[in-house]
Write a protein that binds this ligand. Sequence first.
Ligand code: UD1
Length: 423
Amino acid sequence: MAKFLVQKSGPLHGEVTISGSKNAVLPILAATLLTREECKIMDVPALRDVDVMCQLLESLGAEVETDLEDHTVNVKASGELHWEAPYELVKMMRASILVIGAILLREGRAVIHLPGGCAIGERPIELHLKGLKALGATINEEQLSAGIVDARADHLVGSDIYLDFPSVGATEVIIMAASLAEGTTILENAAQEPEIVDLANFLNKMGARIKGAGTDTIKIEGVKEFRGVSHHVIPDRIEAGTFMVAAAITGGRVLIRNMVPNHLKAVIAKLRECGVEITMEEEGILVCADNRKIVSTDIKTLPYPGFPTDMQSPFMALLTIARGPSVVIETVFENRFMHVGEFNRMGANIKTDGKAAIIPGGKQLQGAQVVATDLRAGAAVVLAGLVAEGTTEVSQIHHIDRGYENYTEKLRSLGANIMRIDD
Ligand code: UD1
């Protein structure tokens, strides 16, 4: 099994360029199926999840040309699509469900086995299905209880939809499906993440009429068809946040290029509370923690614009060494503290109680054998390894490959002592 060996490293110094956003590119790639014309997607990160999505599009009948060195993917779905998504691909990535609306609109039926992805809680899709049903799709309930989504619709009709929780995936599925439905859809309590805005911008370029993306109410006026377009994906705010924490935890000084500070207001505010200096420079964001003691702070994860759940574990790595105790409350996923066990192997002494984790702080972490329990937790234990005495061996790193492009190379270019060992 491939693994990372991380040694205690000095302060990180230098510049790092953030890749395109994983969570933005996945729905955008799914949305390319909504037109028979060719779409060109640029600034695509070279990641395992992107690879899985491209394979999924191909398996459904699209022509996909990938040049990940150039960070470009061309998709042309001119012919008939298969309405069944292969289980081998769907089980590898929860975001596979994002293709459901396009297949349904194009073929009148979509069959998808319930998706896999990170093991961070139940991650149901009843809100996605509630939205599709409101637009006129029927879902075979018997199949659903056997773990298979079998949706049918001759055509979709706009509707008023309220989401019980602002689910990112459900919002994306609904805006894609509603854009080519007949009439108007008003989606309330919609997710407001920047990735939703990027998807809406992409769809609007294709010919959609979507207003209000980035707020909690999105209005979609259905149109008849879409055209092929080119689109640059937004930078990955979670990768940017992870490198900000890498600079902070090592007491370093790092310029982060290609990040949108507005997308990371909560993380920037919390880093500042910890005593990290963050300044907006012309070329990027300068994160400076040299000669500073990190002080503790409390965080509570929330849907955007709150503190992102995907930054919870990287930030917790920082709090293990902060002066004083901190409390982290996870409200988005019900099972997102699996990394606590790994930090504790390194001497962090964190206690959890339901949605709360109490981090005593002030620890000198010790290198240990740890597991990347999910994508972000994997990145987080690597950060802890940078300040732990001795060697930290991180296994199950395929999780990290799902979402961080060249993680070790980028860290090494800043002076981190990290090595990848492939089998
Ligand atoms: C997306 C991101 C993921 C991020 C998450 C929350 C992608 C590819 N992934 O995941 O990195 O951690 O947003 O910011 O963009 N829920 C329900 N019923 C549903 C749908 C969701 O109860 O039908 C719950 C989930 O169990 C979870 C919460 O809502 O507790 C958030 O899920 P959601 O916003 O849907 O996350 P994803 O789109 O899967």
